[in-house]
Design a protein around this ligand. Structure first.
Ligand SMILES: [Zn+2]
Length: 514
């Protein structure tokens, strides 16, 4: 897809160029995919005439595309390719939905989101149930929680070859958590280049269809990066992607540097920004690393994946190359370690825009350190609505530390994201969560921390310029002269709503210039 030529964009409504400061217009001039000028209609039309520009007229409001600073494109594509089994009312219906199907992901038949708790049988299907309808292809069906799945005998055979570890009930073919996740990972890894591209194509389309025009791909293998590059060379990538590579050992750093240079020089919509590091787990499975134990499991502090000294050395060597660092830290004790580590390179945290992913639990004393160091915090506001169990995990004493976006936004830059497919891609749901904190859904921890609600304009700013800042590309997230002309038309101006729930009905559509 090329962005050749000049265009005059006109809207009878408003064209929002930037949320903070709020700058609006009705007429815009775009050339070769970049916004060139805006403002006075006569002047823009005259310029357009001189440049032989095509004219596009809209009745909708035009906004800058959303920038999702942290998501997983291959897993999103995987999720979108999975057969949705949510509608199955009983075992027979569930089996009927997959009977006779051809493999949908590589050589596998992959389904998801079944819920046996609504079945009269009250049990998930077993390996034997699956074998009775599909013998020749491996099958994997996941429960809607994402924590449990079922496989057939053919799949078990392959899993043995792969050496899948973790909790597996071989008799029933039931697989749990880490075992389930590693099967998915292996299926993804095993795919041929064409199948991988196919998954990314789906993710790209899905993001564009939801008005997301830029994305941080937070945690890729070198192989996934290669797939993104292949797509970009073919002009197939519409979402601008900014990649953070997982490295296996410090020797990989140089390889990341090479990829960063290569993508900067030779690619249009893929850019390697730096390195992603996982420091702890998540609050749901009680693996986020906490300074005091979980309220609902008093012997457990969670999990720390790197010790402080190793992390410090790793971060110093990545930083030396000018690469950007994105460290996943959900628990407050993990955050302590990131802050100490960033303190070792404190002069570069702001200039290289080093990031902390999630920062879900932040103590008061940590706010001061954050204010001093100013790492970018890449947060996922929709967690507030999804994590219904959070009060059980952290208790009433600590609930004030949870997703404290207003406090944090006063200390440093926040970037918005969905961690998709973990949370829904639809940006309006994220904005809605940030400004309501689940008050209409009766979310208890949201009610207890309602002073952390953000203003709508701030949330929109964080989802555009905030994320652009986190992705180290200042042409993203705005429609001012010099910015990428990544425009989205919406059937309702988000700044003119009277009830936040109206946000959820907004339809967004990518503006394709041709
Ligand atoms: Zn993630």
């Amino acid at each position: 897809m090329e962005d050749r030529g000049f265009y005059v964009i006109e809207s009878s409504n408003k064209i929002i160029l930037s949320y903070k400061p709020l700058i609006e217009t009705n007429t815009l001039l775009v050339g070769y995919g970049i916004v060139l000028a805006y403002g006075d209609r006569e002047y823009i039309l005259k310029l357009g005439e001189k440049l032989d520009a095509k004219h596009h007229y809209f009745n909708e409001t035009i906004i800058p595309g959303f920038i999702d600073a942290h998501l997983h494109m291959d897993s999103l594509g995987f999720e979108l390719s999975t057969i949705n089994l949510l509608e199955a009312k009983n075992l027979k219906e569930l089996l009927g939905m997959i009977k006779g199907l051809k493999p949908n992901i590589g050589e596998w038949i992959v389904g998801g989101r079944f819920d046996h708790l609504v079945f009269p049988e009250k049990r998930p299907p077993t390996r034997k149930d699956l074998d009775s309808i599909i013998g020749e292809h491996p099958v994997l069906l996941s429960h809607r929680s994402g924590h449990m799945g079922v496989v057939n005998s053919k799949a078990l055979e392959i899993m043995r070859k792969w050496g899948i570890k973790g909790k597996v009930d071989y008799r029933n073919g039931w697989v749990y958590e880490s075992a389930l996740w590693s099967i998915r990972e292996r299926i993804l890894k095993q795919l041929g280049r064409e199948d991988k591209i196919d998954l990314l194509r789906k993710a790209d389309k899905y993001l564009i269809d939801h008005g997301v025009t830029g994305a941080g791909v937070a945690g890729t293998t070198f192989d996934l990066l290669e797939t993104l590059k292949t797509m970009d060379r073919g002009g197939e990538l519409r979402v601008r992607t900014y990649v953070y590579v997982f490295i296996e050992d410090p020797n990989d750093i140089w390889r990341v540097v090479r990829e960063a240079f290569d993508t900067m020089l030779n690619y249009r919509r893929v850019r390697v920004n730096g390195v992603k590091i996982l420091l702890d787990g998540a609050l749901g499975p009680r693996t986020a690393y906490l300074s005091s134990p979980y309220s609902d499991e008093p012997s457990n502090h969670g999990l720390l994946l790197y010790d402080e000294i190793f992390l410090g050395k790793l971060v110093e060597s990545i930083n030396r190359y000018g690469l950007q660092i994105a460290i996943h830290a959900i628990g407050d004790a993990a955050l302590d370690i990131v802050l100490k580590t960033y303190n070792l390179i404190s002069g570069d945290v702001v200039s290289f825009r080093h990031r902390i992913e999630h920062a879900s639990l932040v103590r008061d004393d940590q706010l001061d350190v954050i204010e001093e160091l100013k790492p970018i915090l890449v947060v996922q506001p929709h967690f507030i609505i999804t994590d219904k169990w959070i009060l059980d995990r952290v208790g009433f004493e600590r609930v004030k530390w949870v997703y404290r976006f207003r406090d944090l936004s006063e200390k440093t830059i926040l970037a918005f994201s969905t961690d998709a497919p973990v949370e829904p891609v639809n940006p309006w749901r994220t904005v809605y969560a940030a400004i309501t904190r689940g008050v209409y859904e009766g979310i208890e921890h949201g009610k207890l921390t309602d002073y952390e609600r953000l203003e709508l304009i701030d949330a929109l700013h964080m989802y555009t310029k905030g994320s652009a800042y986190a992705l180290r590309d200042d042409r993203l997230g705005c429609l001012l002269p010099g910015c990428y002309a990544d425009m989205v038309k919406v059937d309702k101006n988000p700044l003119e709503i009277s009830d936040p729930r109206e946000l959820l009905d907004i339809k967004a559509e990518y503006v394709e210039l041709k």
